[in-house]
Write a protein that binds this ligand. Structure first.
Ligand SMILES: Cc1cc2nc3c(=O)[nH]c(=O)nc-3n(C[C@H](O)[C@H](O)[C@H](O)COP(=O)(O)OP(=O)(O)OC[C@H]3O[C@@H](n4cnc5c(N)ncnc54)[C@H](O)[C@@H]3O)c2cc1C
Length: 291
């Protein structure tokens, strides 16, 4: 199907993009990689009056550590997550997830900002950002704001982003010694969205106990799910088979899946638990210097 007519703008600055979003007052859409938005428009499930293409705005594509944070620019491509030596070394959950997103063609164009903003519970990066305790930096007509990703996802395709706001970067707390993270996913066929996915991020103290933990799930609820009870159960523990198994069970109970073409709800819930355990094992091995 062909989308209805729309206006097209390619601003060269964040201010210009925000002015356009403001002018269209909720009727325009940001265009990043286009790999989620354009299919929706072709199906006429989205009919924006205008597209604001942010690909010509300079300095929105970067991966860098600065001060207490890792900063990832909104138009950073999914493939850039795979290619980054910094991420492979210190934030391996992101290359883990990028490797599982679609295929090289989609990863070449799809952006971190688009994956995070789309609000599809099948997107893989939201759970990673929840597990990492990330923050989102946006710019809108009233200026800039920084909001925790844990406050961002409201419902399927519904986020805390105002339609006149632009996401400019994602900030992740800087990785520390004895920290490990991992992402695990199962899919019906290579390159598909998740049947279920699990993200884990563990920081150990000098004695090997869990100082902080983040666990989040993909594809098993209306949004990506932060499994707070599961991660809370690990804090302060010297993680052994029993603690990890208990946390994985709690993650399964946090899942709220529907039965659909990707499988029955009970299967997805069970997989959320299995994948959480695998992600925890891998994150722990990495935190201990292996993996
Ligand atoms: C065949 C196929 C398979 C796929 N498989 C997977 C998969 O397994 N896992 C997965 O996670 N994804 C998958 N995707 C989705 C893909 O990763 C998309 O690229 C991604 O979801 C959206 O990123 P984008 O840059 O293409 O965003 P776009 O499609 O351009 O935009 C998506 C939405 O986000 C908004 N947006 C984008 N950037 C910003 C910004 N900076 N500020 C504010 N709003 C913004 C847009 O307005 C739009 O509403 C697949 C896509 C395809 C076509």
């Amino acid at each position: 199907m062909i989308p209805p007519a729309f206006e097209y703008y390619a601003p060269h600055s964040v201010d210009e993009a925000v002015a356009l979003l403001r002018r269209f007052n909720g009727e325009a859409k940001v265009l990043a990689g286009g790999h989620s938005l354009i299919p929706l428009m072709k199906l006429r499930l989205a009919e924006p009056a205008a597209l604001i293409d942010i690909n010509r705005i300079p300095n929105l594509s970067f991966i860098q550590e600065e001060g207490t944070h890792l900063r990832i620019g909104a138009t950073t491509r999914t493939n850039d997550l795979l290619d980054s030596e910094l991420l492979r070394r210190s934030y391996p959950i992101l290359p883990d997830a990028a490797q599982e997103i679609a295929d090289p063609l989609v990863r070449n164009l799809g952006t971190v900002g688009g994956n995070v903003c789309h609000g599809d519970p099948g997107n893989d990066l939201p759970a990673c950002m929840l597990a990492l305790g990330a923050e989102l930096v946006t710019v809108g007509p009233k200026g800039s704001r920084t909001l925790p990703v844990s406050d961002f996802y409201k419902d399927t395709f519904v986020t805390a982003l105002d339609p006149t706001e632009l996401l400019v970067e994602v900030r992740v707390p800087k990785a520390r010694a004895r920290q490990g993270s991992a992402y695990q996913k199962i899919e019906k066929r290579v390159g598909d969205f998740a049947i279920a996915g699990a993200a884990a991020n563990l920081l150990l103290d000098a004695s090997g106990r869990v100082e902080t933990a983040g666990i989040a799930l993909t594809g098993v609820g209306p949004t990506a799910i932060l499994a707070s009870a599961a991660s809370g159960a690990l804090v302060g523990q010297s993680p052994d088979d029993q603690h990890l198994g208990h946390a994985a069970t709690l993650a399964g109970t946090a899942a709220d899946p529907n039965s659909d073409l990707r499988g029955p709800a009970e299967y997805k819930r069970a997989m959320a638990s299995v994948l959480t355990r695998r992600a925890l094992d891998r994150a722990l091995a990495r935190a201990r210097g292996g993996g």
